[in-house]
Every structure is written in structure tokens, then in C-alpha cells.
Design a protein around this ligand. Structure first.
Ligand code: GLA
Length: 391
């Protein structure tokens, strides 16, 4: 594995040679197939872990110091177990630092380590590079120090790091998909109970194509948090009329039909309308995939994008243009934005013989309308967080 030997060499250049064993861990990014902005409502999501991700080469220390470096960023960050504060100048390293602090909050005394990170997830593309950085850190530390935490608990710990340390009020989907993904499968997850099952992905002659809008994302975090607050306010108002329902993610289409008129603020009504229908779409999609009915899955993807555009309002010119262009390509069964929105990627289901035309047509139409050039990646599903080499 040439990448790994180059990484080990780089590690020794940065942190000095050593006889001590180095261990290498990997955590993937994810693509969400459907179920957008439903995780923090306790609803359903259907993401898949990708083959792209973040590697960490790690060596244990005994002096409670942490030294972090990355092949993608210049900042090297060093701190000890008493200096676990968020610092703007630490940049990317706040993600692993936040994870280290979460272990510390649990009363776990870490002995310290040197870590070199390397990754191949396109940045700011909405494919969860931050969740994979958090998950690879959490898993590496858990393995290195034999910490009694399951992989599932580590996904929750990584989410807390992002919520409380980095300050993004995300749901559990990204960390969960990165942790628990399985090659050849998506993952149907109910986000309040964390009950999940792997759903086989067999697209036959079709494949998933990821299209990066290459739009510089702005306002993503503040708008994300704002939408989440709107859903939370809406849920409080709505659940007064549904006393036996414990979260917005459990509201069925029938229940929504009977009570939706009680929600009089148009903005809030639209947000809830999206969430309730999107949850139903996740279940429709899962059943369709399990039945090998990829046509229905594709149509459901399209409805999801339209709802994110018209009701949840998180798409924007770039993602909508990619969507409109992709829909016109013969051989594209379905397409939608994936992730938080406002930029990042779309995911499309395209016949393998039409992939060339897809790329050409989408590029042409997208450039003409936005002046930007999209980038394409094959959306291959991969395994979740794991050790690659060690011990
Ligand atoms: C981001 C968040 C997730 C989820 C999606 C939208 O990726 O990190 O928790 O809310 O947006 O579905």
C-alpha cells in the first residue's frame, strides 16, 4: 500500500523516528441518499459510507501530550491534557481536539499521542470530511488506550465534540454513517433510538455519481442552525396536538394531515411539511431499494430535492442548476442535493453507459448558468471506521 508507506515516512519526518509501532486507522466520509434535515428531528436517514475518507497514523505517548499534524494543512498543533480549549488559530485541529476533550469529560485519562492525518474527501463538498476526522480520532484513541466504549458510543461522542466544541449543532447522521457503514450497503437509521439496519445497494447497470457544485459555501452553519431552530419551535407547537407522539420525526403523514393547519406561521409550516414528507420518503426509498425498484427510488430522490428547494429552502442556484441539468440527461433515474445544502454536492443515479453524457451535459449547462465548473466522483459505498494496519 504505497499511500501507507509514504504516510509512515511523513510521520517520521514530522515527529522523529521511533522503534515504537505505528498504527493506522481510517474513517470514511458519507453520502446521504435520502432523509435530509431529518436526523435532528429524531426521524429517518439513509446514508452510505464512502470509499473516500481520513487516515490517521498514530503513536502513543506517555506524557499526556498531543501533537497533531495533517498532510492537507500547515498548522501543527500541540497541547497537553490540561489545555483542551477551543482556539480559532488551531483551525482543523479543533475537530480532533474536541474529541480528545470529550474523552476527558468522561473522566478518561488519556496518555497522549502523536497523530498525522491524511484524507481524500473533497473539502467543503458536504461529504462529511469533519465527521470522518472526528471518527478516526475517536476510534484511534479508543483502540490505543483500550477504552471501554462501543463504536456506537464513539459516534455519539464525536457528535458531541462537533456540537459542543466546534459549535455546529448537527445531528447524528454523519458520524453514525462514518462509524457504522458497510461496503455495498446504505444504512437506514432511526435517529432518536439509533436503531438501524444495513440496506443492500444493488443498482444493476446504474451507479451513483456525485457532482460537486464547487460553490464556496457561506452561511451554511448559521442557516443550518436557524432551520433547526425553526423545526424545534414547530415541533413544540405541533406536538401539543399529538400528545402521544414524542418527536417530530415520528409524525406520520396522516397525523400531519389532521393537524397541519394549526401551524399558522408559513415558514414553520413549510419546514415541518418537508420533514414529515421526507421521513416518509426515506421509508419508501428503503422499501424500493430492498425490492430492487430503483425507478421508484430515483423518483423519490427528485421529490426530495424539490422539497428541499421549495419548502426547506436550502438549495440555491448552484444545486438547483445541477439538479435541473441532471434531470434532462437520458439515463439519469434520480438526482438530489445531499448533505446540509447551500453548496456541496448532488447525488445522482445514472446508467453506466450514460455517465459520459451525464458529465458533459451537466458541465455545459452548469457552466453556462453559473460560470462554475463541477467536479464528478464515483459514489462507491465503503466500510465504516476501522484499523488498517497495526499491532
Ligand atoms: C449535515 C449535518 C447532519 C444532517 C445533514 C442534513 O450534514 O451534519 O447531521 O443534519 O446536514 O441532513
Amino acid at each position: 500500500m504505497p499511500r501507507l508507506s509514504a504516510l509512515r515516512q511523513r510521520f517520521e519526518q514530522i515527529f522523529n523516528e521511533t522503534d515504537e509501532a505505528l498504527r493506522v486507522f481510517f474513517a470514511p466520509g458519507r453520502v446521504n441518499l435520502i432523509g435530509e434535515h431529518t436526523d435532528f428531528t429524531g426521524g429517518y436517514v439513509l446514508p452510505a459510507a464512502l470509499t473516500y475518507g481520513t487516515w490517521a497514523v498514530v503513536r502513543r505517548r506517555k506524557d499526556r501530550k498531543f501533537r497533531l499534524a495533517s498532510t492537507s494543512f500547515d498548522e501543527r498543533v500541540e497541547f497537553d491534557a490540561t489545555g483542551l480549549d477551543y482556539r480559532g488559530e488551531d483551525g482543523w485541529a479543533n475537530y480532533p481536539k474536541g474529541v480528545i476533550r470529550e474523552f476527558d469529560q468522561l473522566g478518561i485519562r488519556l496518555s497522549g499521542c502523536d497523530m498525522l492525518f491524511d484524507g481524500n474527501i473533497p473539502k467543503a463538498a458536504g461529504l462529511s470530511s469533519s465527521a470522518s476526522l472526528e471518527m478516526v480520532t475517536a476510534f484511534a484513541l479508543q483502540q490505543l488506550e483500550n477504552i471501554d466504549q462501543s463504536l456506537l458510543e464513539l459516534t455519539q461522542l464525536a457528535q458531541r465534540a462537533e456540537n459542543q466544541f466546534v459549535g455546529v449543532n448537527c445531528g447524528i447522521m454523519d458520524q453514525f454513517a462514518s462509524g457504522m457503514g458497510k461496503a455495498g450497503h446504505a444504512l437506514l437509521l432511526k435517529c432518536d433510538s439509533l436503531i438501524y439496519r444495513h440496506v443492500p445497494l444493488s443498482f444493476g447497470d446504474y451507479q451513483l455519481v456525485l457532482t460537486n457544485s464547487n460553490k464556496q459555501r457561506s452561511l451554511t452553519e448559521s442557516k443550518y442552525n436557524q432551520r433547526r431552530q425553526e423545526c424545534e419551535a414547530g415541533a413544540i407547537a405541533l406536538l401539543k396536538y399529538l400528545p402521544y407522539v414524542s418527536c417530530l420525526g415520528d409524525v406520520t403523514l396522516e397525523q400531519w394531515k389532521t393537524v397541519h393547519k394549526k401551524i399558522r406561521t408559513p415558514e414553520i409550516h413549510k419546514r415541518l411539511d418537508h420533514v414529515v414528507h421526507e421521513n416518509a420518503r426515506v421509508l419508501t426509498s428503503t422499501l424500493a431499494l430492498e425490492a430492487g425498484d430503483i425507478k421508484t427510488f430515483g423518483q423519490t430522490m427528485i421529490k426530495s430535492h424539490e422539497s428541499l428547494r421549495d419548502l426547506y429552502e436550502v438549495t440555491g442556484l448552484e444545486l438547483d442548476t445541477l439538479f435541473d441539468q441532471a434531470r434532462q440527461v437520458v439515463g439519469c433515474l434520480g438526482t438530489r442535493m445531499t448533505g446540509a445544502g447551500f453548496g456541496g454536492c448532488t447525488v445522482s443515479l445514472v446508467h453506466e453507459k450514460a455517465v459520459g453524457d451525464f458529465k458533459a451535459q451537466v458541465t455545459q449547462g452548469y457552466q453556462a448558468k453559473t460560470g462554475l465548473t463541477p467536479t464528478f466522483y464515483k459514489g462507491e459505498s465503503g466500510d465504516g471506521t476501522r484499523e488498517i494496519l497495526g499491532r
